[in-house]
Design a protein around this ligand. Structure first.
Ligand SMILES: Nc1ncnc2c1ncn2[C@@H]1O[C@H](COP(=O)(O)OP(=O)(O)OP(=O)(O)O)[C@@H](O)[C@H]1O
Length: 247
């Protein structure tokens, strides 16, 4: 499993995370939700090695990886991040963008998995990625992450800027990714969708874990904090969807 243990981290002289514990199990989806600026991306950065924690540690499969660089974490414990905003190279083809993820040389059968999970990409594989829809670009970003052969895949706001139906389809794919044994940590402001797709959820507020568990959508006061009372109704509906997704 991948663990953040008592992680404190920040930028300059300010602390953003003030003691965070999070666990990501292989073969499951874990959701990390919270408002703008709560510290979600900062936690992902400390897990991938983009940012060193000031206190606490990052442990992957029993090994302390806190001092490892980003690339060493991809090659060793296979911690891979799909960044916010997709970061696609618009002038490169879909296939060229995907191939960028294959730098570890472990891509092997994951190419088949990418085409299987994202069949829509087969038809546009030679097209410049900048011409794709937002949903297709998100599929490219996920596929590129998959080609780095992750054991742990960290997704930063995969729903950003996508229509609700496209978001549902992306989260279905995320569940399938977890079904292959990958531990997925998904950071989202779209809390109901992420929690519905996840076995376990964490709420980050002000750099701390304010709540965690397997039943966060059953807590109306929590959902209302994010979305108001309309969110409670949506949350219940999404929770039902989440149950159906689970194996
Ligand atoms: N490179 C940076 N330098 C200084 N401060 C930063 C930097 N990156 C983020 N911050 C600050 O850290 C705090 C947490 O940011 P973070 O991006 O982790 O939040 P978040 O929960 O992911 O929110 P968002 O959804 O807006 O990305 C914010 O106050 C932000 O302004």
């Amino acid at each position: 499993m991948l663990r953040a243990e008592g992680v404190c981290a920040g930028y300059g002289t300010g602390d953003v995370l003030t003691g965070i514990d999070v666990i990501v199990e292989p073969g499951t989806v874990t959701a990390l939700v919270g408002a703008n600026g709560a510290g979600k991306t900062t936690l992902l950065k400390t897990l991938t090695g983009l940012l060193r924690p000031r206190r606490g540690r990052v442990v992957a499969d029993g090994r302390d990886v806190t001092e490892l660089s980003c690339s060493a974490r991809v090659r060793g414990p296979r911690i891979v991040m799909v960044p916010e905003g997709r970061q696609i190279f618009g002038s490169l083809s879909v296939e060229e963008n995907l191939a960028l993820g294959a730098w570890t040389g472990r891509d092997g059968s994951n190419w088949d998995l990418v085409w299987e999970l994202f069949p829509a990409l087969t038809e546009v594989r030679a097209r410049p990625a900048g011409l794709l829809s937002g949903g297709q670009q998100q599929m490219v970003a996920l596929g590129r992450g998959l080609l780095a052969a992750p054991r742990y895949l960290l997704l930063d706001e995969p729903s950003l800027g996508l229509a609700p139906l496209v978001v549902d389809s992306i989260f279905e794919r995320i569940r399938l990714l977890a079904g292959t044994g990958i531990g997925v940590l998904v950071v989202e402001q779209n809390a109901t969708v992420a929690l519905a797709a996840a076995e376990r959820g964490y709420v980050v507020e002000g750099g701390r874990i304010a709540d965690e568990g397997t039943d966060l959508l059953d807590k109306p006061e929590l959902v209302a904090r994010f979305f108001g009372t309309r969110g409670v109704i949506r949350g219940r509906a999404a929770g039902l969807g989440g149950q159906l997704w689970r194996r």
